[in-house]
Write a protein that binds this ligand. Sequence first.
Ligand SMILES: Nc1ncnc2c1ncn2[C@@H]1O[C@H](COP(=O)(O)OP(=O)(O)O)[C@@H](O)[C@H]1O
Ligand SMILES: [Mg+2]
Length: 228
Amino acid sequence: MKNVKAGKIYFYLGKKCILNDLNMNVEEGNIYGFLGANGSGKTTTIRIISEVFKPNIGKIIKNSKIQDKKKIGYLFHRDSLYESLSALDNLELFAKLYNINNKDQKISQLLKEVKLFDVKNDKVSTFSQGMKKRLSLSRVFLNNPYLAVLDEPFSGLDIEAKEWLINYILDRNKTENMTFIISSHDIYELSKICTKIGIISKGHIVKEQKIDYPLEPTYIEKLYKECQ
Ligand SMILES: Nc1ncnc2c1ncn2[C@@H]1O[C@H](COP(=O)(O)OP(=O)(O)O)[C@@H](O)[C@H]1O
Ligand SMILES: [Mg+2]
């Protein structure tokens, strides 16, 4: 069963072709590692999946289970947090918008997991980039999405937070079959979690491949280099 299928997507900014006949296939329960050089079109693809941008040609077909936008969690490149509010107020506001049951318990649990519980009443403007990233991640998971789309989730995280995220992704995938699309340059991190890899070059997905474990540590790197 497909969760997200992008078919023959073309996207232009002015005359510049940013996505060029892009085809992407993400099946239910995949942890889809989305790899590509800087400027290859990963963020643009994620913006198209999230419907921030509309493709000029082609379309994205989503599983009926994620037609409700609340079923998809997004981590965008830029944090979409309210800087003048505390970490706790940011999550509470989001929980109200999304009508989340049992919100107090879920918020406390996530704040503890991302190690922000002790600073929960501090304004986000006082947080480091890594702390903001951890708060943004906790917001993505607060709603228990069916599909989580994460744009460079590892960048800016310290070793401990990276480990937490890897374990969290694996656990949610195993226990709830949560699907992930993860854009990243961190081949080392991706090789611990991905069940499928999509490699994008110049706005075109040049390779999609299922990953079997145990994995040779350099397998994804080799695959990536072959596609450049
Ligand atoms: N606002 C913009 N205006 C013009 N070009 C842009 C804009 N945003 C992205 N691009 C171009 O689109 C291409 C793909 O960018 P992006 O999707 O951000 O790549 P990635 O996330 O893989 O680094 C790049 O060539 C970039 O220069
Ligand atoms: Mg990007």
